[in-house]
Design a protein. Structure first.
Length: 637
């Protein structure tokens, strides 16, 4: 009796007995067998040397496969754990998952790991790869596995096994002399890992993420298909470090943060100038799109947050305060306040849609470990807006918002934007019928806008599905910024109504929308996207006027007055310093243009214009310079 295995192209291979994925690969070609890392059996990854069930669909996974990186990073974590225990025998291994771009493993060891230790561990990992040690799966009795790890002094592994659900198989992987608890799958041998890995840093961690538990040391690494991919990634990291908004924020004197206000921002004059330009641009978009700007209170009694659903679904992210025996929540979002403004009057269907907008300051209790410069903060301001409309108006409003958002991203210099539809999460309000209608309404709007989108199950807000806008920056990183969210729940919970054409009370649909999202985060993205070289209309100081000699100070003031009259912000540098020093200093602060003035420029009524990053100067008449710069700094419409 023959056993058949189905291949992805529809062909079938027959064998006299059950075989492994590796044997199937060998039947196809010797080359494929050498390249095999794992096997996909009916869509599930398995170790390539395990027997494949009869009549399954089989696909051989090689280094080019989409799943290859996950396998490589998984194995890199195990090889690192083996290297650590070979070099530091009394170290306990705990948990080591893959992460984006790499992996980590948490270790329990009294003595801290040093940078030299990381170099030694990485070198030992290379040795283990060269040994080409087989990696094989073993299924153990639960009690035997616990006893094995306790005998080795591995108390954390024993605890993990004790906590496994009843009936779950206990699988261990033997890698030469090293044995680790793991579900798998793994590469067939350590040599298959290759040379595309590097250890990057050590950080602190707690066992199972609880600060009441043992302190651990977490070693991070990155792993790729080969050395070329690794080097490309390391170069991207170097470029990202060069563009880091925290570094550029200091160099450009934009903002700072300090321990007394964790997750909050102290904006310096130049940073606040960028903020104001972004805000005024977005405010212009509000006006032209029919939004009315409003302002709601910063704190609201918790009874409102209970009615809105935030108390049950979001309270762990909220800050609270008390006064006169009443508990208040500092708002984490603006939507309940906008409903109160809507509810202050009775509305007819003829009034809809009503569009409110607010630069609303919000506070969210983000974990301290998640804070990151101005990208992830506890106090932030949103370009927040809410549209109250009838169900029939949803499609047109979402389509209009999409066109509006795409124009805004283009003006800020983003031309690679992807759209994603986040669908119902596990923890949510409403029933499945409500969610079906909401999700289909957003799908219809995106289709009407001619957009291709990706769907993300489980990623919606607790009150409704949402469309997300992801911007890809100049070095290929993706940032989620804008959103439009369909919400029939909050109008219901907070008693928002309108009177329809039959004089009946109805609930409006509430669309939550933001184009740039958090102002702080968006400014951070802008700084990194442009590497601090902001477009002239966004630059806090577009022009510095630098003199070569104090004899032209009066002319420098004349130049500045002419620029300011044309709407061009300009600063004077009249210091008694060499012009080369001035140019270097202002270039480090990313000033886009420096107008150099000497005695010849003053005598002829000209300026010598030098652009950031260029060694060349362009000599212009003052009138030509003013006209050109007046146009260049004008805000896009």
């Amino acid at each position: 009796m023959s056993i058949a295995y189905r291949l992805p192209d529809g062909a079938a291979l027959e064998f006299d007995q059950p075989v492994s994925g590796l044997e199937i690969a060998e039947r196809i070609s010797k080359k494929l067998a050498k390249q095999a890392l794992a096997v996909r059996v009916d869509g599930t990854l398995r170790d390539v040397y395990l027997t494949v069930p009869a009549n399954a669909q089989v696909e051989i996974v090689t280094r080019e496969d989409a799943d290859a990186l996950e396998l490589i990073r998984h194995d890199a974590a195990h090889v690192m754990a083996q290297a650590v225990q070979e070099l530091f025998p009394n170290t306990q291994v705990t948990i080591g998952p893959t992460i984006e771009h790499g992996f980590y493993y948490d270790f329990h060891r009294e003595q801290p790991f040093t940078p030299d230790d990381l170099k030694a561990i990485e070198k030992r990992m290379q040795d283990i790869v060269r040994r080409n040690e087989e990696i094989r799966r073993e299924v153990w009795d639960r009690d035997d596995a616990i006893a094995f790890f306790l005998d080795k002094g591995e108390t954390f592994k024993a605890e993990i096994i004790r906590d496994l659900p009843a009936g779950e198989e206990v699988s261990l992987y033997r890698q030469g002399p090293f044995i680790d608890l793991c579900r798998g799958p793994h590469l067939p041998s350590t040599a298959k890992l290759g040379d595309g890995f590097k250890l990057t840093k050590v950080a602190g961690a707690y066992w199972r993420g609880d600060s009441n538990n043992a302190q651990l040391q977490r070693i991070y690494g990155t792993a790729w298909r080969d050395k070329t991919e690794l080097n490309e990634h390391l170069q991207r990291l170097e470029e990202a470090a060069r563009r880091d908004h925290r570094k550029l924020g200091r160099e450009m004197d934009l903002f700072h943060q300090q321990e007394e206000a964790p997750g909050m921002v102290f904006w310096h004059p130049r940073g606040w100038a960028i903020w104001q330009k972004v805000e005024q641009y977005v405010r212009q978009v509000y006006r032209k799109s029919g939004y009315q700007e409003v302002r709601g209170p910063q704190i609201l009694d918790v009874t409102l947050w209970k009615k809105s659903g935030h108390w049950d679904n979001y309270q762990e992210n909220m800050f609270f305060t008390e006064s006169e025996k009443r508990t208040y929540a500092i708002k984490p979002m603006n939507c309940p306040g906008h409903v109160q403004i809507y509810n202050a009057a009775l509305h007819s269907y003829r009034d809809l849609p009503i569009r409110y907008a607010e630069f609303g300051g919000c506070h969210r209790n983000e974990p301290s470990g998640a804070l990151h410069g101005i990208m992830r903060v506890r106090a932030f301001t949103q370009d927040d807006g809410h549209i109250f409309c009838t169900p029939d108006q949803v499609e047109a409003e979402v389509t209009a918002f999409h066109a509006q958002a795409m124009r805004v991203y283009d003006h800020f210099g983003f031309d690679n934007v992807s759209v994603k539809l986040a669908l119902r999460p596990e923890k949510r309000l409403g029933n499945d019928d409500d969610w079906d209608k909401a999700e289909n309404a957003l799908r219809a709007a995106l289709a009407r806008a001619g957009v291709q989108w990706e769907e993300m199950p489980g990623e919606g807000a607790f009150y409704g599905p949402k469309i997300e806008y992801h911007l890809k920056d100049s070095i290929g990183r993706s940032w989620q910024v804008g959103t439009v969210q369909f919400d029939p729940m909050m109008p219901e919970r907070l008693d928002a109504e309108y009177v329809d054409e039959h004089s009946q009370r109805q609930r409006p649909i509430m669309l939550h929308r933001a184009i740039i999202g958090s102002m702080e985060r968006f400014i951070g993205i802008l700084i990194e996207h442009h590497a601090g070289h902001l477009p002239l209309w966004l630059a806090p100081v577009p022009v510095v006027i630098a003199t070569i000699t104090n004899a032209v100070d009066d002319y420098a003031h004349q130049v500045r007055e002419a620029l300011e009259a044309a709407g061009v912000t300009a600063e004077l540098d009249l210091r008694n310093e060499k012009i080369g020093y001035k140019v270097r200093e202002h270039s480090a602060a990313k000033i886009p243009l420096i107008l150099v003035l000497g005695e010849q420029e003053a005598a002829e009524g000209k300026v010598a214009m030098r652009r950031l990053g260029s060694r060349d100067t362009e000599v212009l008449s003052l009138d030509d310079a003013v006209a050109r710069l007046g146009d260049a700094v004008r805000m896009p419409s």
